[in-house]
Design a protein. Sequence first.
Length: 665
Amino acid sequence: MKHTLADVVEIDLHAEPPRPGSAELRVLYQQEGQSTRRQATRQGMWIAIAVYLLFSITDILLVPDVAHDTIAARFIIGSIAFVLLEMQVRLNASADTIDSTCATALVVAYAGWLYPSLMTADTQSISYYMVFGAIFMMSVNLFFSFQFRLSLMASVVILFIFLGALQSFPPVDPSYKLAFGTFCVSCFVFTSYVNWKLNRERYKVFLNAFEAKVQHNEASERGKALLRLSNTDPLTGLENRRAIDQRLRDYWHDWQKNGTSFAAILIDVDFFKIYNDCYGHQEGDRCLVLVADALTDSIKPFNGSIGRYGGEEFIVLARLETRERATDLAEAICRTVENMGLLHQQRRDGMSIVTVSVGAAFTRNQTGSKLEKIIHEADRALYGAKASGRNCVRLFDPNDPQSSDESENIAALLKIANNQNLVSLVYQPIRNVSTGQVEAVEALMRLKMLDGTSVPPSLFIPVAERTGAILNLGYWAIRTVCLELLAGNHVGVVSVNVSPIQLKTPGFATSVAAILGETGVAGARLAFEITEGLEMEMNSHILRCISDLKMLGIRIWLDDFGTGFAGLSWLRLIDFDTVKIDRSFLHDSDTPKGKAMLQDIIGLVRNRGHKILVEGVETDEQLALMQEFRIDQVQGFHVGRPAPAEDFRVNTAVLPHPERLRRPA
């Protein structure tokens, strides 16, 4: 079974690390501190050789007749021991080998000194001088950190050498031999016992240190596991938002300090809410895991970092040299997910597989740039990708008015638009083709800047939708048309464009009902024009909202039919009162092919039983064609230009003359 990184971290947290057995601990003890043991023994041997040679002075004082022999023996043995020791150190011999060499050297040094010393004629001096052998025994057991077995063997050899020399010594008082023999045996027993205790203590110290090290490692590993868990998304195993924010700060710091440019890329799974609703949350989770794995593979050639930014949104950070490389990475991400071929048959945009929309931003020098700026730019690019049909890539372009800093100025302007009276409505007539009468008007929103400069709807409407300002603007527009025209019966019907974001807002129909009750306007006097735009998702919430609006008596019109935004499924699912055919088809009707296509679209809508309204009538010829095709209603500059509400209040009984309505607003 494959585990995610989060699962692995959980396993690490609960797993007990393996503990070595007694034999393994002994081996570890032997191997522990090999370098330290070699160095300590080496330094100890240097001191021992120096002391051994310095005792030549006592040879001269106590056994002067054989001093030249003992001193020669000392220097020969000391030199050989020193050379052997240094050779082994340079050959990187083990600590045990060096210890054995040093122990052997001590035994040989004792024997090499004792033998010529016994040749002295001064028996009294040598009888006392022989106690020097106990010093060698103490050196073996106490001065060096030899293991107990090696110390015991060396001590036994030194003891037997001493006892043998004592027996071969010229006849002396038996009490002397007993006393010195007892002393030597006592030194052997005492120093061997002390050595045994020291070795036991060293082993205990090793065990305590080893246990402390194990506990430290366990705590360290658990700390690392907890840190990984706190930085890991539990579903996908990717870095979570907390971790990716820290990584983003590191990338930003490197860019600010060293000029190392990077790209921030936001990825959103298209129509994921529909996928989750239709296939279930378990399949939704599986979809996110598969997408996460695919994204991880796709960014490897770019050495990027990936994290889950929330819900169905992922983020990729990568150090790249050029904007072109950032585009290449974003394209690779988009195509990788598409190539998975993961079925998503509930989406309504012509695709039947899971895809992603990708928005990328690349570091650029700008005044007062802040860390959040690049994420904000990537988010605006992502919005542009979703608004362009999804399953595509957008790289933030500071020169694009839809994504540039100008849109931020518009966003700030929209926040104060209502209070500063910067937003207003104009109305474009909708005429009956057969009677020529104005049967309705369409409310069109206008925005001006503080200096009076007009902002095109094509610029501020997308910004309003992206920032959510469209909600307040929408309620204001509905209330305004009711107060300006409908409450005074100046026109029969007013149509208002409704954003998909408004339809997806909980309580939208209830708020509209409150406005109708507040202004005393019947719902049948109001029409909502709905464009199945790229942000529209046909789901139960949308359908329920439209049903609630129709229960209020509000007419539902389908706008921009035939442009590719409004699909045939909408005609099947919703009983529209009117279908507005996009102006592009009328303008293309001057060719036989274009005229035939317009006829086909009209026939399709007519067979569904909907009223037909054609936009963009600008010439007498186009109006005549609409009469020929028996169109219900038309709209365009030829039949009436947008005008302020005052032009429709001249007389409550008489509508403005068509010629008057043609002048620009």
